[in-house]
Write a protein that binds this ligand. Structure first.
Ligand SMILES: Cc1cc2nc3c(=O)[nH]c(=O)nc-3n(C[C@H](O)[C@H](O)[C@H](O)COP(=O)(O)OP(=O)(O)OC[C@H]3O[C@@H](n4cnc5c(N)ncnc54)[C@H](O)[C@@H]3O)c2cc1C
Length: 391
């Protein structure tokens, strides 16, 4: 049943998910307050790679959601909001061993059956599509219709288009419940309480404390590198290169391998600037302040093994960010159980740049009693019975 959009709303967190939710709610006429303990895109959104990609998704609800996510990026680019901020390109998933080859074949079938346009390239086809690739690569799958976007640029576009100014350095400490406890009146912040008709928690790793889900939402560090510009090499690459091992590191296929405590799923992304973004690790902790030489050396070694000419480039920058992972591998998006007017959208791990805008749109559709663009039933927070609001 359709319901009127709320007159006012508080969104906690101005990463890509909070910013997209704010944008789509503001479009409906809701007066939105977007609050952040730090600043827009201060956490994972500002430290991500930015693959807007179905290629890496696990078959099932995540792959289906990513298809919608990529499509929405295209629409918003055509509408002008993301124009110039969404680079359309293919992803080439490369196999360099028999194990990667068999994972890749299974994954390619899953992508094709979800409706993704994929093309298998033999070693010789691969050489003409990507001349810079090492002879060690034995086969590849080209996933068409993908793209790349820088998370903080997308946040900036969403905020600019909606005219929303983020209330910075305003930490939310809990929800303020109305008498009876079945509705929220607003949120308690570091500077006192603020009220609204509706609250959406999109606080990334900060959501764990607000929802009492520290055992369910876990930080997962990633380290990334950026090279100097290399326009000739960059323009010869028709898309991103993803090592078949990425699928193993992400557990994207049921291979019987548990993802290791520190995995590396190598992605080499030719940026519009002419630089290359190389990454990234998947580490079971949350220290985003440091890069370590072992991780940097390993990323460089594996990148050069796939594209030998990268060895001629200088490394300009290394950085790290912390994704928010959920123990069962699916995000947490929907109504907070037992509370009529509070919602959560978090736990996107390594997929939130792709899924952020479509999640913002879908949660607003849910709030307004419409059928969401993505099937949110798989992501329902009610699956965690221990969820307990911090009030
Ligand atoms: C190294 C790395 C590579 C990645 N690569 C990709 C990729 O290629 N493709 C892809 O799709 N995704 C990628 N991701 C994942 C993506 O970055 C995240 O899934 C996405 O940014 C999550 O957005 P978010 O809005 O949920 O959370 P965040 O960006 O973490 O934002 C949460 C915000 O909430 C604020 N906050 C927290 N607690 C509170 C509180 N109590 N009160 C008020 N505010 C609070 C924080 O300050 C922060 O600004 C990558 C991530 C990393 C780290």
């Amino acid at each position: 049943m359709q319901s009127r959009p709320p007159s006012s709303a508080i969104i906690v967190g101005s990463g890509i998910v909070g910013a997209a939710t704010a944008y789509f709610l503001a479009k409906r006429g809701t007066a939105v307050r977007l609050v952040d303990a730090a600043a827009p895109a201060a956490e994972a959104t500002g430290a991500a790679d930015g693959a807007v990609s179905v290629a890496s998704k696990k078959p099932g609800p995540m792959m289906a959601a990513a298809l919608k996510g990529v499509r929405l990026y295209g629409e918003l680019a055509d509408d002008g909001i993301f124009a110039g901020a969404f680079k359309r390109r293919s992803t080439f998933i490369i196999a360099s061993s028999d194990e990667e080859g068999s994972v890749l074949e299974a994954h390619s079938k899953a992508l094709a059956s979800a409706g993704v346009v994929v093309e298998t390239l033999s070693a010789s086809g691969l050489r003409s599509a990507l001349p810079a690739l090492s002879p060690a690569a034995t086969m590849a799958v080209e996933v068409h219709g993908e793209g790349h976007a820088i998370g903080y640029q997308i946040v900036h576009r969403l905020l600019t288009a909606s005219g929303i100014v983020v209330e910075r350095n305003l930490r939310v400490d809990g929800l303020v419940l109305e008498a009876g406890g079945s509705r929220v009146a607003g949120v308690a912040t570091s500077e006192g309480s603020i009220s609204a008709d509706l609250v959406v928690i999109a606080a990334g790793n900060g959501s764990a404390r607000l929802l009492g889900l520290s055992d369910v939402l876990t930080p997962r560090k990633g380290q990334l590198l950026v090279t100097e510009r290399a326009p000739a090499l960059n323009s010869a690459m028709r898309g991103a290169i993803m090592s078949g091992r990425y699928l193993l590191s992400k557990g994207s296929q049921n291979t019987g391998h548990a993802p290791p405590a520190r995995g590396l799923g190598l992605v080499i992304d030719p940026l519009v600037t002419g630089q290359f973004l190389l990454g990234g690790t998947r580490e079971d902790h949350g220290d985003r302040e440091t890069n370590d030489i072992d991780a940097v050396a390993r990323i460089l070694r594996e990148a050069v093994a796939l594209i030998p000419q990268l060895a001629n480039l200088r490394l300009l920058r290394s950085f790290a960010g912390t994704r928010t992972a959920v123990t069962d591998g699916l995000p947490l998006v929907g109504k907070i159980p037992g509370v009529a007017n509070a919602y959560v959208a978090t736990g996107f791990e390594g997929d939130g740049i792709c899924l952020g805008p479509v999640t913002g749109k879908s949660i607003v559709q849910l709030i307004c009693g419409e059928t969401p663009d993505i099937d949110l039933s798989f992501f329902d927070p009610a699956r965690f019975a221990n969820l307990e609001l911090s009030a």
